[in-house]
Design a binder for this molecule. Structure first.
Ligand code: DGY
Length: 320
């Protein structure tokens, strides 16, 4: 008998085909988030829940179906799921690591280059029919080549960002909870520094830690004040790692020069003033948004969900 799976939003076609072939699938056909009560209704009597980073899966939802065999997240981050509660209830939780590393690193770079070279401001200027020709002082940005890149966190995605930085001849500093061996640091061409030193010395700071109680507002007013007034901060990780109100103040008063953001504290809402700041590039959480990567994530989430429904240990289990 095929397991019953509830999916909170349609995934790429290949992933949908896997789920349709191997399960009795029900899913949200609308292009919108489900409410908590809709998720509770959806998981009634199913074996597996396949959800998105936008679905908050708390203990109340987990309690609604005592037979639930898995919560499979369509994301590498899983801060949207109460993993402690799931573990207490013996429900496996899974994520989609690895397959979005390069795509997300590319996005960090897209934001870095767009910020440094004021691509979005220039685009808006041209579209507004304001451009009257080339000017020697028009939209001057800052050089990425040869600049210092600071990485806050040094997991898979940060390392992929660092690999790209080699091609730009950047000096690369990193801070992480655990330090690499001297051999690994020299093979990757990176130098360890305290977080304060990374913030002080870097021209571009890119944030790559997971969101948890220790990293919430890791970057606040104090940390921003350590950065150079010419520096740019990039966030493709999770919004709440940066205190967004403090960031707006720092961008307004010139504490730092620029921000390239893909994630926000209260998605899809932003700090109101952020919408109008010219020195911020703001993207709608596009880190993993390529056809290839979203398909790989969908297939991986489907395989995790199906494996746990069959009673196997799913390949990408995150419970401790
Ligand atoms: C993730 O998988 O955590 C990403 O944020 C999705 O883009």
């Amino acid at each position: 008998m095929k397991p019953k799976i509830f999916l909170t939003r349609e995934l790429p076609p290949e992933s949908m085909a896997i789920l349709r072939e191997h399960s009795e699938l029900t899913y949200n056909h609308e292009d919108r988030y489900l409410t908590k009560s809709e998720i509770i209704a959806g998981i009634d009597g199913v074996d597996g829940l396949l959800c998105l980073l936008t679905d908050t899966i708390d203990d109340e939802i987990l309690a609604a179906n005592p037979k639930l065999k898995v919560v499979a997240n369509f994301a590498v981050g899983f801060n949207n799921i109460d993993v402690t509660a799931a573990t207490r209830r013996k429900i496996p939780v899974t994520n989609t690591p690895g397959v979005l590393t390069d795509t997300t690193a590319d996005m960090a770079w897209a934001l870095m280059l767009a910020s440094a070279r004021r691509v979005v401001e220039g685009d808006q200027f041209v579209r507004a029919r304001k451009w009257e020709g080339w000017g020697p002082l028009q939209f001057l940005g800052s050089d990425v080549s040869g600049a210092t890149l600071g990485l806050i966190g040094f997991g898979r995605i940060a390392q992929a960002v660092a690999r790209r930085a080699q091609g730009f001849d950047m000096k690369i500093l990193y801070w992480n909870r655990t330090r690499l061996s001297a051999d690994a640091e020299s093979a990757m061409g990176v130098t360890y520094a305290t977080m304060d030193e990374v913030l002080k010395q870097s021209d571009f700071v890119s944030v790559h830690v997971a969101l948890n109680s220790e990293t919430q507002h890791l970057i606040g007013a104090r940390e921003l004040s350590l950065m150079k007034p010419t520096a740019t901060i990039i966030n493709t990780a999770r919004g709440p790692i940066i205190d967004e109100a403090a960031l707006v103040d720092a961008l307004k008063d010139g504490t730092i020069a620029f921000a390239g953001l893909d994630v926000y504290e209260q998605e899809p809402k932003l700090e109101p003033e952020l919408y109008d700041l010219p020195n911020a590039v703001i993207a709608p959480h596009l880190g993993s948004a390529t056809i290839g990567t979203r398909t790989k994530m969908g297939n991986m989430a489907a395989e995790n969900c199906l494996a746990a429904c069959r009673g196997e240990v799913p390949p990408n289990l995150v419970n401790p």
